[in-house]
Design a protein around this ligand. Structure first.
Ligand SMILES: NC(=O)c1ccc[n+]([C@@H]2O[C@H](COP(=O)([O-])OP(=O)(O)OC[C@H]3O[C@@H](n4cnc5c(N)ncnc54)[C@H](O)[C@@H]3O)[C@@H](O)[C@H]2O)c1
Length: 344
């Protein structure tokens, strides 16, 4: 097993595209990380990166990382279809791994990776970034302290104009985030799902899906994900007996709003203005949240797990639970919205 030798942690990065470049920035800035190098299968991407970072080392194969005894940990930010094979090889060679979400296509594959990690005493963390997001964590705090009363339902909208992925449909790409957030907020995994999916863009995969998750308490969570939407939407609503919470991730500030109100028992009286403003400003509060970069938090946590100071918050079991739900969603879509039980 690779051990943390000197003070700095030697990390390699596999896949340096849209998301990997954020890991690259964070690794290069971190005083306790030494970036051992980057592996990317795209020649044109390597050329771009070499222009930008002439001092960075570029590996030419996964084997060269696996065999690099200096490398203790690897960040995997390639597309979903390659996660299993890359992680398996690295874990077999004793590297700690932080892999992007979703961990694998099937829960069985996630469990296989988890078993290799556990038997080698390695950290396998999964990039469910929203579980490190200050707004999500604050929302959990409000729920747990009872500010919203008894939860009635949750709803999520994660829509936009692409970007289309070719090795993951909109469920694996976007709904992954909402399933992971809902599991965190509710401290559980759904019993059943029903979902419908559409291929509006003419590709061979779903680009729009409407999903209902049913949690063990009977609580329902609705998720709408789409790559074909005019306006980018990243919204979460939590509806409770005493109040409601809105997390809107596309606004630059005041992302979380708490509405200390419930549905009125009588019709709104008064003029048209009263009707339009039926939730008054006095009923809304905006919590003061100390926003931190979620990916930086995730990376710090990865390092703390490797050092044995913390237990993985988004480890392979958590990730396998998310994948189990994604698999059930796909099955429900394939069966025209039939209710499918989530395997446990
Ligand atoms: N946590 C988040 O919020 C978040 C956001 C965006 C993307 N992601 C995840 O990050 C991963 C990458 O997404 P992206 O948007 O950066 O995709 P991308 O296509 O922009 O980048 C992937 C990079 O990996 C390289 N690559 C592909 N297969 C490879 C292989 N076998 N070996 C080495 N390099 C390989 C590609 O050449 C490309 O440069 C996905 O799993 C995605 O779900 C997570």
């Amino acid at each position: 097993m690779a051990k943390l030798g000197a003070k700095k942690l030697n990390i390699a990065l596999v896949g340096c595209g849209y998301w990997g470049k954020h890991f690259l920035r964070l690794c290069m800035q971190h005083p306790q990380i030494r970036l051992s190098g980057i592996l990317d299968s795209s020649e044109s991407r390597i050329n771009e990166l070499q222009q930008l970072y002439p001092d960075v080392h570029f590996y030419n194969s996964l084997e060269s990382i696996a065999n690099d005894t200096e490398v203790s940990a690897v960040i995997v930010a390639t597309g979903l279809s390659s996660h299993f094979a890359i992680c398996q090889r690295l874990l077999q060679e004793g590297k700690h791994v932080l892999c992007e979400k979703p961990l694998t296509l099937t829960a069985k594959e996630s469990e296989t990776l988890g078993q290799i990690a556990d038997s080698n005493g390695l950290t396998l963390l999964v990039g469910h970034t929203f579980e490190y997001n200050s707004a999500v964590l604050h929302s959990k705090h409000e729920i747990d302290r009872g500010a919203l009363g008894e939860l009635k339902y949750l709803s999520f909208r994660r829509c936009g104009n692409g970007p289309i992925r070719y090795d993951a449909d909109v469920v694996y790409d976007l709904a992954t985030h909402d399933v992971s957030i809902a599991n965190l907020l509710l401290n559980s995994v759904p019993d059943a799902v029903n979902a419908t999916g559409y291929k509006l863009l003419g590709c061979n995969q779903y680009d729009l899906a409407n999903i209902d998750l049913i949690y063990p308490t009977g609580l329902s969570v609705n998720i709408c994900v789409s790559w074909m939407e005019l306006v980018k939407q990243r919204e979460m609503k939590v509806i409770g007996s005493k109040g409601m919470l809105l997390f809107n991730d596309v606004v630059p500030s005041e992302k979380v709003r708490l509405y200390h109100t419930i549905a009125p028992t009588t019709q709104t009286r008064g003029d048209f203005g009263d009707f339009q403003l039926s939730v008054s400003n006095n009923d809304v509060s905006i919590p003061n949240i100390n926003y931190k970069e979620p990916l930086r938090e995730e990376l710090e946590h990865f390092m703390a797990c490797i050092n044995g100071q913390q237990q993985p918050r988004t480890g392979w079991q958590n990730a396998a639970n998310v994948v189990r739900v994604l698999e059930a969603i796909e099955e429900s879509i394939a069966h025209q919205g039939q209710s499918i039980r989530v395997t446990k």
